[in-house]
Design a protein around this ligand. Structure first.
Ligand code: SIN
Length: 359
């Protein structure tokens, strides 16, 4: 009798365990699948001591350890990591971008991938974000994340930033919003955000147009979105590209001369972003060299070094006469990205101007 009862109890326990296992499996399947592509930066950096917040080494910690450091990630998504590069972001090249865009596109084409997080150094994070905003062919969320303090620092910001980024990449709210940047509890659009401070945690800002939203209480909260076309709605396709046209930036200042511009053109630049003073003004000493470069087929884009506002077409320079393009509100480093991609399609300045008003 006692034996019969214990067999029954064992059966019951076994059934219960199976039920629990099935429940756990169903919960796993219900969670979104997010891939973390690691590229290096301070978020993967380490310092000599826990108070080392400058003078540390970027890009030393591997993706598995970044994920292990935040067990809470498993609450919001099924997470997998891939080490794509391990570099400080000042070394990010056009070839790195092409590799990354192709990997993102391949992953997002898979039915079992719902979103991507890219860990990245903050110095050029906005550039990679905008490159992907123009070249990713999917509406699924792509989120770039970095940190201002290395992983070994007291109050390192990497773990919470990574948690927020994964939550964002796993969210329905992020679908169709273009490539996003997640740091310091804030969500920003790739096209608009820029790094504004050398070292503080709140360095990423969309100063005038405003951030898109916040992270609060384990939730994402959106309030606005960029009006510019992005990702699946762009005309750029990098799937067969192995390099990008050379585009360089010249920086405007008082007493500026043409030396840097001439050197870049002589070095083979196909496009020049002129980050002019004020509303993208051109110094009289520079104009003849710009005209000569244009005659050679080099496309010139007038941007502004001030960092905010629209560069007015035919405002501080006669763009129709000079056959120059204006950057609209893009800063010089993002104008460089759009011009490189534009030059893969056309060298017609009217077409390129249209692209600057579209993306
Ligand atoms: C880098 O951009 O790789 C170093 C700086 C940072 O990540 O904050």
């Amino acid at each position: 009798m006692l034996q019969q009862k214990s067999v029954q109890l064992m059966k019951l326990l076994f059934g219960f365990t199976l039920m629990l296992a099935a429940g756990a499996q169903a919960a796993e399947a219900a969670k979104p699948n997010v891939v973390i592509l690691a590229t290096g930066g301070t978020i993967a950096g380490s310092g000599a001591t826990s108070t080392t917040t400058v003078g540390y080494t970027a890009a030393t910690v591997g993706v598995d350890n970044l994920i292990k450091a935040v067990p809470e990630l498993a609450k919001v998504a099924n997470v997998k990591g891939e080490q794509v590069f391990q570099i400080a972001s000042e070394n990010m090249s056009n070839e790195h971008w092409l590799t990354l865009a192709k990997r993102v596109n391949a992953l997002l084409a898979q039915r079992d991938v719902d979103g991507i997080v890219i860990t990245h150094g903050t110095d050029t994070l906005e550039e990679t974000a905008y490159f992907l905003d123009l070249t990713v062919k999917s509406k699924k969320p792509v989120v770039l994340v970095g940190a201002m303090r290395p992983s070994t620092a007291i109050s390192a910001d990497g773990p919470i930033n990574l948690y927020n980024a994964v939550m964002l990449a796993a969210s329905q709210e992020a679908v169709g919003k273009g490539v996003l940047v997640a740091l310091n509890d804030q969500i920003n659009a790739a096209r608009e955000v820029t790094k504004t401070n050398t070292s503080t945690l709140d360095t990423f800002k969309t100063t005038e147009l405003g951030m898109l939203g916040y992270f609060q209480g384990n939730k994402v909260h959106f309030y606005r979105q960029s009006t510019r076309k992005n990702t699946a709605d762009t005309e750029f396709d990098v799937s067969n590209l192995t390099s990008l046209p050379q585009v360089d930036i010249v920086y405007g200042y008082a007493n500026m001369g043409p030396v840097a511009l001439n050197a870049l053109v002589a070095a083979g630049a196909k496009g020049i972003i002129h980050a002019g003073v004020g509303d993208g003004s051109l110094a009289a000493k520079v104009v003849p060299s710009l005209q000569a470069a244009r005659k050679q087929g080099v496309v010139i884009v007038r941007a502004a070094r001030v960092g905010q506002g629209i560069v007015a077409r035919n405002g501080e320079a006669n763009d129709d006469e000079l056959d120059t393009v204006v950057s609209d509100t893009l800063n010089a480093q993002k104008a460089r990205i759009l011009l490189m991609l534009a030059l893969t399609k056309t060298s017609d300045t009217k077409e390129i101007q249209r692209m600057f008003y579209t993306y």
